[in-house]
Design a protein around this ligand. Structure first.
Ligand SMILES: [Zn+2]
Length: 423
Protein backbone atom coordinates (compact mmCIF):
# COMPACT_ATOMS: atom_id res chain seq x y z
CA UNK A 1 0.00 0.00 0.00
CA UNK A 2 2.83 2.34 0.96
CA UNK A 3 4.55 1.71 -2.38
CA UNK A 4 1.48 2.41 -4.46
CA UNK A 5 0.89 5.61 -2.53
CA UNK A 6 4.47 6.77 -3.17
CA UNK A 7 4.16 5.90 -6.86
CA UNK A 8 0.93 7.89 -7.06
CA UNK A 9 2.49 10.95 -5.43
CA UNK A 10 5.57 10.65 -7.67
CA UNK A 11 3.29 10.60 -10.74
CA UNK A 12 1.57 13.74 -9.48
CA UNK A 13 4.89 15.47 -8.87
CA UNK A 14 6.06 14.63 -12.36
CA UNK A 15 2.88 16.19 -13.80
CA UNK A 16 1.05 12.98 -14.74
CA UNK A 17 -2.38 13.15 -13.10
CA UNK A 18 -3.71 10.14 -15.07
CA UNK A 19 -1.11 7.82 -13.59
CA UNK A 20 -1.64 9.36 -10.15
CA UNK A 21 -5.39 8.67 -10.36
CA UNK A 22 -4.74 5.12 -11.57
CA UNK A 23 -2.56 4.45 -8.52
CA UNK A 24 -4.39 6.38 -5.83
CA UNK A 25 -8.06 5.71 -6.64
CA UNK A 26 -8.03 1.98 -5.73
CA UNK A 27 -6.07 2.85 -2.61
CA UNK A 28 -8.68 5.28 -1.31
CA UNK A 29 -11.40 2.61 -1.53
CA UNK A 30 -9.68 0.90 1.39
CA UNK A 31 -11.39 1.91 4.67
CA UNK A 32 -8.04 2.49 6.38
CA UNK A 33 -6.49 4.46 3.54
CA UNK A 34 -4.49 7.38 4.93
CA UNK A 35 -5.91 10.88 4.57
CA UNK A 36 -2.88 11.79 2.46
CA UNK A 37 -3.99 9.35 -0.24
CA UNK A 38 -7.36 11.14 -0.46
CA UNK A 39 -5.56 14.49 -0.50
CA UNK A 40 -3.27 13.58 -3.38
CA UNK A 41 -6.06 11.85 -5.31
CA UNK A 42 -8.13 15.03 -5.00
CA UNK A 43 -5.25 17.09 -6.43
CA UNK A 44 -4.85 14.64 -9.31
CA UNK A 45 -8.59 14.77 -10.06
CA UNK A 46 -8.43 18.57 -10.11
CA UNK A 47 -5.53 18.56 -12.53
CA UNK A 48 -7.37 16.12 -14.75
CA UNK A 49 -10.44 18.38 -14.84
CA UNK A 50 -12.86 16.52 -12.55
CA UNK A 51 -13.75 19.42 -10.26
CA UNK A 52 -16.74 17.71 -8.63
CA UNK A 53 -14.79 14.52 -7.91
CA UNK A 54 -11.92 16.59 -6.56
CA UNK A 55 -14.17 18.48 -4.12
CA UNK A 56 -15.79 15.28 -2.79
CA UNK A 57 -12.39 13.62 -2.36
CA UNK A 58 -10.81 16.69 -0.75
CA UNK A 59 -13.67 16.79 1.79
CA UNK A 60 -12.74 13.24 2.78
CA UNK A 61 -9.09 14.30 3.12
CA UNK A 62 -10.07 17.24 5.34
CA UNK A 63 -12.14 14.93 7.57
CA UNK A 64 -9.19 12.55 7.94
CA UNK A 65 -6.52 15.23 8.43
CA UNK A 66 -8.19 17.80 10.70
CA UNK A 67 -4.92 19.27 12.01
CA UNK A 68 -3.37 19.86 8.59
CA UNK A 69 -3.60 23.17 6.72
CA UNK A 70 -2.90 21.96 3.17
CA UNK A 71 -6.13 19.93 2.60
CA UNK A 72 -8.24 22.80 4.02
CA UNK A 73 -6.55 25.30 1.73
CA UNK A 74 -6.83 23.09 -1.33
CA UNK A 75 -10.53 22.51 -0.56
CA UNK A 76 -10.85 26.30 -0.43
CA UNK A 77 -9.16 26.62 -3.82
CA UNK A 78 -11.53 24.03 -5.30
CA UNK A 79 -14.59 25.76 -3.85
CA UNK A 80 -13.33 29.04 -5.29
CA UNK A 81 -13.07 27.42 -8.72
CA UNK A 82 -16.63 26.13 -8.31
CA UNK A 83 -17.81 29.69 -7.59
CA UNK A 84 -18.21 29.41 -3.80
CA UNK A 85 -16.07 32.36 -2.67
CA UNK A 86 -17.43 32.48 0.89
CA UNK A 87 -16.82 28.76 1.37
CA UNK A 88 -13.29 29.25 0.08
CA UNK A 89 -12.47 32.06 2.52
CA UNK A 90 -13.87 29.99 5.39
CA UNK A 91 -11.53 27.13 4.44
CA UNK A 92 -8.49 29.42 4.22
CA UNK A 93 -9.31 30.90 7.62
CA UNK A 94 -9.58 27.43 9.13
CA UNK A 95 -6.27 26.48 7.49
CA UNK A 96 -4.31 29.39 8.98
CA UNK A 97 -5.99 28.74 12.35
CA UNK A 98 -4.93 25.07 12.47
CA UNK A 99 -1.41 25.86 11.21
CA UNK A 100 -0.42 29.54 11.41
CA UNK A 101 3.00 28.67 9.97
CA UNK A 102 1.65 27.51 6.58
CA UNK A 103 2.68 30.28 4.18
CA UNK A 104 0.77 28.88 1.20
CA UNK A 105 -2.50 29.06 3.17
CA UNK A 106 -1.84 32.70 4.07
CA UNK A 107 -1.19 33.36 0.39
CA UNK A 108 -4.53 31.87 -0.67
CA UNK A 109 -6.33 33.78 2.07
CA UNK A 110 -4.64 37.01 0.98
CA UNK A 111 -5.66 36.67 -2.65
CA UNK A 112 -9.26 35.74 -1.79
CA UNK A 113 -9.50 38.75 0.53
CA UNK A 114 -8.14 41.14 -2.10
CA UNK A 115 -10.62 39.76 -4.63
CA UNK A 116 -13.53 40.38 -2.26
CA UNK A 117 -12.37 43.94 -1.63
CA UNK A 118 -10.81 43.45 1.80
CA UNK A 119 -7.52 44.93 0.73
CA UNK A 120 -5.99 45.86 4.08
CA UNK A 121 -6.37 42.40 5.56
CA UNK A 122 -5.36 40.88 2.23
CA UNK A 123 -2.17 42.90 2.14
CA UNK A 124 -1.34 41.95 5.73
CA UNK A 125 -1.87 38.27 4.90
CA UNK A 126 0.35 38.60 1.83
CA UNK A 127 3.12 40.06 4.00
CA UNK A 128 2.69 37.19 6.40
CA UNK A 129 2.89 34.61 3.57
CA UNK A 130 6.10 36.17 2.27
CA UNK A 131 7.62 36.32 5.74
CA UNK A 132 6.85 32.64 6.32
CA UNK A 133 8.42 31.67 3.00
CA UNK A 134 6.82 30.48 -0.25
CA UNK A 135 8.01 28.24 -3.09
CA UNK A 136 10.11 30.08 -5.68
CA UNK A 137 7.58 31.03 -8.38
CA UNK A 138 4.85 31.75 -5.87
CA UNK A 139 7.23 33.95 -3.91
CA UNK A 140 7.90 36.00 -7.05
CA UNK A 141 4.19 36.23 -7.77
CA UNK A 142 3.38 37.35 -4.23
CA UNK A 143 6.04 40.10 -4.39
CA UNK A 144 4.64 41.34 -7.71
CA UNK A 145 1.11 41.32 -6.34
CA UNK A 146 2.17 43.28 -3.29
CA UNK A 147 3.80 45.88 -5.53
CA UNK A 148 0.66 46.02 -7.68
CA UNK A 149 -1.53 46.60 -4.67
CA UNK A 150 0.53 49.70 -3.97
CA UNK A 151 0.48 50.93 -7.57
CA UNK A 152 -0.85 54.49 -7.42
CA UNK A 153 -4.28 55.09 -8.85
CA UNK A 154 -5.10 51.41 -9.16
CA UNK A 155 -8.45 50.78 -7.56
CA UNK A 156 -9.39 47.43 -8.91
CA UNK A 157 -7.69 44.36 -7.46
CA UNK A 158 -4.97 42.81 -9.60
CA UNK A 159 -6.27 40.17 -11.95
CA UNK A 160 -3.04 38.25 -11.51
CA UNK A 161 -4.77 36.27 -8.82
CA UNK A 162 -4.96 32.62 -9.55
CA UNK A 163 -4.71 29.76 -7.15
CA UNK A 164 -1.31 28.13 -7.53
CA UNK A 165 -1.14 24.64 -8.95
CA UNK A 166 0.34 21.77 -7.04
CA UNK A 167 3.36 21.65 -9.31
CA UNK A 168 4.01 25.34 -8.67
CA UNK A 169 4.16 24.60 -4.98
CA UNK A 170 7.12 22.33 -5.59
CA UNK A 171 10.40 24.11 -6.11
CA UNK A 172 11.75 22.90 -9.44
CA UNK A 173 15.45 22.10 -9.05
CA UNK A 174 18.08 22.82 -11.70
CA UNK A 175 19.60 26.24 -10.93
CA UNK A 176 22.62 27.13 -12.99
CA UNK A 177 25.69 27.57 -10.85
CA UNK A 178 27.23 31.09 -10.76
CA UNK A 179 30.60 29.63 -11.81
CA UNK A 180 29.15 28.28 -15.04
CA UNK A 181 27.46 31.58 -15.79
CA UNK A 182 30.70 33.51 -15.45
CA UNK A 183 32.57 31.03 -17.59
CA UNK A 184 30.08 31.34 -20.40
CA UNK A 185 29.62 35.08 -20.12
CA UNK A 186 32.56 35.93 -22.38
CA UNK A 187 31.86 37.56 -25.75
CA UNK A 188 28.34 38.37 -26.87
CA UNK A 189 25.67 38.63 -24.19
CA UNK A 190 23.63 35.55 -23.43
CA UNK A 191 20.16 36.40 -24.66
CA UNK A 192 16.95 34.53 -23.96
CA UNK A 193 13.55 35.48 -25.37
CA UNK A 194 10.20 35.02 -23.69
CA UNK A 195 7.46 35.38 -26.30
CA UNK A 196 3.68 35.66 -26.25
CA UNK A 197 0.75 36.09 -28.61
CA UNK A 198 1.94 39.55 -29.72
CA UNK A 199 4.76 38.05 -31.78
CA UNK A 200 2.38 35.84 -33.75
CA UNK A 201 -0.18 38.58 -34.31
CA UNK A 202 1.85 39.55 -37.39
CA UNK A 203 1.16 36.06 -38.78
CA UNK A 204 -2.57 36.62 -38.67
CA UNK A 205 -3.14 34.57 -35.52
CA UNK A 206 -5.59 35.96 -32.99
CA UNK A 207 -4.09 37.23 -29.74
CA UNK A 208 -5.56 35.89 -26.56
CA UNK A 209 -7.25 39.24 -25.98
CA UNK A 210 -9.05 38.90 -29.32
CA UNK A 211 -10.01 35.29 -28.65
CA UNK A 212 -11.46 36.12 -25.25
CA UNK A 213 -13.63 38.76 -26.85
CA UNK A 214 -15.19 35.97 -28.88
CA UNK A 215 -15.25 33.27 -26.19
CA UNK A 216 -15.66 33.35 -22.43
CA UNK A 217 -12.12 32.40 -21.45
CA UNK A 218 -12.91 30.16 -18.51
CA UNK A 219 -15.72 28.46 -20.40
CA UNK A 220 -13.83 27.71 -23.54
CA UNK A 221 -10.33 26.71 -22.59
CA UNK A 222 -10.34 25.51 -18.99
CA UNK A 223 -9.70 21.91 -18.09
CA UNK A 224 -12.95 21.76 -16.09
CA UNK A 225 -15.10 22.87 -19.00
CA UNK A 226 -13.20 20.61 -21.35
CA UNK A 227 -14.02 17.72 -19.03
CA UNK A 228 -17.74 18.56 -19.36
CA UNK A 229 -17.85 19.69 -22.98
CA UNK A 230 -14.80 18.87 -25.12
CA UNK A 231 -16.41 20.05 -28.36
CA UNK A 232 -16.23 23.66 -27.18
CA UNK A 233 -12.42 23.64 -27.02
CA UNK A 234 -12.26 22.15 -30.50
CA UNK A 235 -14.48 25.03 -31.69
CA UNK A 236 -11.93 27.53 -30.36
CA UNK A 237 -9.05 25.60 -31.96
CA UNK A 238 -10.88 25.57 -35.28
CA UNK A 239 -11.51 29.31 -35.07
CA UNK A 240 -7.88 29.99 -34.06
CA UNK A 241 -6.30 27.91 -36.80
CA UNK A 242 -8.79 28.89 -39.49
CA UNK A 243 -7.83 27.28 -42.74
CA UNK A 244 -4.27 26.78 -41.48
CA UNK A 245 -1.03 27.61 -43.20
CA UNK A 246 0.09 30.42 -40.87
CA UNK A 247 3.60 31.51 -41.73
CA UNK A 248 6.34 32.82 -39.48
CA UNK A 249 6.76 36.60 -39.73
CA UNK A 250 9.69 39.05 -39.63
CA UNK A 251 9.70 39.07 -35.83
CA UNK A 252 10.14 35.28 -35.65
CA UNK A 253 12.83 35.42 -38.33
CA UNK A 254 14.73 38.30 -36.68
CA UNK A 255 14.81 36.29 -33.46
CA UNK A 256 16.07 33.23 -35.35
CA UNK A 257 18.95 35.34 -36.74
CA UNK A 258 19.72 37.13 -33.47
CA UNK A 259 23.37 36.80 -32.41
CA UNK A 260 23.79 35.49 -28.88
CA UNK A 261 20.35 33.91 -28.62
CA UNK A 262 20.56 30.94 -26.23
CA UNK A 263 16.96 29.91 -26.06
CA UNK A 264 13.32 30.84 -26.52
CA UNK A 265 10.53 30.30 -24.04
CA UNK A 266 7.24 30.74 -25.82
CA UNK A 267 3.72 30.87 -24.48
CA UNK A 268 2.48 30.38 -28.02
CA UNK A 269 1.24 27.01 -29.23
CA UNK A 270 1.72 27.65 -32.97
CA UNK A 271 5.21 26.20 -33.62
CA UNK A 272 6.22 29.33 -35.58
CA UNK A 273 9.60 29.82 -33.84
CA UNK A 274 10.72 26.39 -35.02
CA UNK A 275 9.40 27.11 -38.50
CA UNK A 276 11.24 30.46 -38.65
CA UNK A 277 14.52 28.84 -37.64
CA UNK A 278 14.17 26.16 -40.34
CA UNK A 279 13.37 28.86 -42.89
CA UNK A 280 16.37 31.02 -41.99
CA UNK A 281 18.97 28.32 -41.32
CA UNK A 282 17.60 25.25 -43.07
CA UNK A 283 17.84 23.22 -39.86
CA UNK A 284 16.41 22.86 -36.37
CA UNK A 285 17.41 25.43 -33.74
CA UNK A 286 20.57 24.48 -31.84
CA UNK A 287 19.13 26.03 -28.65
CA UNK A 288 16.05 25.03 -26.68
CA UNK A 289 12.65 26.36 -27.73
CA UNK A 290 10.58 25.72 -24.63
CA UNK A 291 6.87 25.51 -25.42
CA UNK A 292 5.64 26.64 -22.02
CA UNK A 293 1.98 26.01 -22.80
CA UNK A 294 2.42 23.01 -25.09
CA UNK A 295 1.67 22.92 -28.80
CA UNK A 296 -1.20 22.52 -31.23
CA UNK A 297 1.24 20.53 -33.34
CA UNK A 298 0.45 17.42 -31.28
CA UNK A 299 -2.77 15.84 -30.06
CA UNK A 300 -3.26 13.20 -27.41
CA UNK A 301 -5.96 11.23 -25.62
CA UNK A 302 -7.28 12.97 -22.51
CA UNK A 303 -8.25 9.58 -21.09
CA UNK A 304 -5.16 7.41 -21.53
CA UNK A 305 -2.58 10.05 -22.45
CA UNK A 306 -1.47 8.34 -25.66
CA UNK A 307 -0.25 10.56 -28.51
CA UNK A 308 -2.15 10.29 -31.79
CA UNK A 309 0.66 11.29 -34.17
CA UNK A 310 -1.64 13.96 -35.64
CA UNK A 311 -1.61 17.73 -35.27
CA UNK A 312 -4.66 19.71 -34.22
CA UNK A 313 -4.96 20.98 -37.78
CA UNK A 314 -5.08 17.40 -39.08
CA UNK A 315 -7.73 16.47 -36.51
CA UNK A 316 -9.95 19.34 -37.67
CA UNK A 317 -10.55 17.43 -40.90
CA UNK A 318 -12.52 14.69 -39.06
CA UNK A 319 -15.38 14.37 -36.55
CA UNK A 320 -15.05 16.61 -33.48
CA UNK A 321 -14.14 15.93 -30.80
CA UNK A 322 -11.88 13.19 -32.15
CA UNK A 323 -11.80 9.86 -30.32
CA UNK A 324 -8.82 7.80 -29.20
CA UNK A 325 -8.28 4.64 -31.22
CA UNK A 326 -6.87 2.82 -28.20
CA UNK A 327 -9.45 3.55 -25.49
CA UNK A 328 -12.27 5.56 -27.06
CA UNK A 329 -11.44 8.58 -24.88
CA UNK A 330 -11.63 12.17 -26.08
CA UNK A 331 -8.63 13.49 -28.02
CA UNK A 332 -7.31 16.97 -27.23
CA UNK A 333 -4.53 19.27 -28.35
CA UNK A 334 -1.33 18.81 -26.32
CA UNK A 335 -1.61 22.28 -24.80
CA UNK A 336 -1.86 23.50 -21.23
CA UNK A 337 -5.45 24.54 -20.52
CA UNK A 338 -6.46 26.97 -17.77
CA UNK A 339 -6.38 25.02 -14.53
CA UNK A 340 -3.71 22.63 -15.74
CA UNK A 341 -0.15 22.71 -14.48
CA UNK A 342 2.85 23.49 -16.60
CA UNK A 343 4.79 20.23 -16.49
CA UNK A 344 7.76 20.19 -14.10
CA UNK A 345 10.32 19.38 -16.86
CA UNK A 346 9.07 22.37 -18.88
CA UNK A 347 9.21 24.62 -15.81
CA UNK A 348 12.73 23.44 -15.09
CA UNK A 349 13.90 24.08 -18.67
CA UNK A 350 12.43 27.59 -18.60
CA UNK A 351 13.96 28.38 -15.22
CA UNK A 352 17.33 27.14 -16.38
CA UNK A 353 17.17 29.63 -19.27
CA UNK A 354 16.02 32.67 -17.29
CA UNK A 355 18.48 32.02 -14.49
CA UNK A 356 21.45 31.82 -16.83
CA UNK A 357 20.79 34.67 -19.26
CA UNK A 358 22.20 38.19 -19.17
CA UNK A 359 19.44 39.77 -21.23
CA UNK A 360 15.82 38.63 -21.29
CA UNK A 361 13.72 39.89 -24.20
CA UNK A 362 10.02 39.83 -23.32
CA UNK A 363 8.19 40.00 -26.64
CA UNK A 364 4.45 40.52 -27.10
CA UNK A 365 3.45 39.17 -23.69
CA UNK A 366 0.52 40.49 -21.67
CA UNK A 367 2.21 38.99 -18.58
CA UNK A 368 -1.05 38.09 -16.90
CA UNK A 369 -0.85 34.32 -16.93
CA UNK A 370 1.02 32.60 -14.13
CA UNK A 371 3.51 31.03 -13.77
CA UNK A 372 4.96 32.43 -17.06
CA UNK A 373 4.46 35.93 -15.62
CA UNK A 374 7.02 35.15 -12.91
CA UNK A 375 9.87 34.27 -15.26
CA UNK A 376 11.09 37.87 -15.88
CA UNK A 377 11.29 38.40 -12.13
CA UNK A 378 13.46 35.31 -11.77
CA UNK A 379 15.75 36.57 -14.56
CA UNK A 380 16.01 40.01 -12.96
CA UNK A 381 16.68 38.40 -9.58
CA UNK A 382 19.63 36.63 -11.19
CA UNK A 383 21.03 39.90 -12.53
CA UNK A 384 19.66 39.89 -16.09
CA UNK A 385 18.45 43.01 -17.90
CA UNK A 386 14.81 42.68 -18.89
CA UNK A 387 13.74 44.44 -22.10
CA UNK A 388 10.10 44.49 -23.00
CA UNK A 389 9.05 44.65 -26.68
CA UNK A 390 5.47 45.77 -26.81
CA UNK A 391 3.30 48.51 -28.30
CA UNK A 392 2.20 49.58 -24.84
CA UNK A 393 3.94 48.47 -21.64
CA UNK A 394 2.45 45.47 -19.87
CA UNK A 395 1.94 45.37 -16.12
CA UNK A 396 5.47 44.01 -15.82
CA UNK A 397 7.01 47.49 -15.65
CA UNK A 398 4.94 48.33 -12.60
CA UNK A 399 6.69 45.84 -10.42
CA UNK A 400 10.03 45.28 -12.09
CA UNK A 401 12.82 47.50 -13.32
CA UNK A 402 12.53 46.91 -17.10
CA UNK A 403 13.39 48.74 -20.32
CA UNK A 404 10.65 49.27 -22.89
CA UNK A 405 11.27 49.04 -26.63
CA UNK A 406 7.95 50.29 -27.93
CA UNK A 407 6.41 49.21 -31.22
CA UNK A 408 5.14 46.10 -32.88
CA UNK A 409 7.36 43.02 -32.79
CA UNK A 410 7.56 42.79 -36.60
CA UNK A 411 9.40 46.12 -36.69
CA UNK A 412 11.19 46.26 -33.33
CA UNK A 413 12.85 42.84 -33.41
CA UNK A 414 14.44 43.43 -36.84
CA UNK A 415 15.67 46.80 -35.42
CA UNK A 416 17.25 44.97 -32.51
CA UNK A 417 18.80 42.42 -34.86
CA UNK A 418 20.34 45.20 -36.99
CA UNK A 419 21.65 46.96 -33.86
CA UNK A 420 23.28 43.78 -32.54
CA UNK A 421 24.67 42.74 -35.92
CA UNK A 422 26.27 46.16 -36.45
CA UNK A 423 27.40 46.14 -32.92
ZN1 LIG B 1 -7.01 6.82 -25.07
Amino acid sequence: MEDIYTQGVDALRSGDPREAIRRLEPLTRHPHAPGEAHYHLALALRLHGDLRGAIATMRRAVARLPGSAAPQTQLGALLQLAGDGDGAVACYRTAVAVDPGHGVSWYHLAIALVQTGERAEGEASLHRALALGLPLLLDERAKAQLAELRWPGENKPPTLCSAPMYTELLDPPGATSPARRREEAVGEPRIVALTGAGISAGSGLATRKELWQRYPRDEAVSIWKFHENPAMLWGVVSDFLGSGGQEANEAHRALARLPGLRGIITQNVDGLHQRAHREVHGEEAPYPIVEFHGTLGRTMCHGCGQGTGKSSQQQLGGALPPRCEACGGVVRPDVVLFGEPVGPPVQRAALELVRSCEVLLVVGCAMDVAPASELPRVARGHGARVIEFKRTPSRLGRTLDTLLWPGSAVSSLPELERALTRG
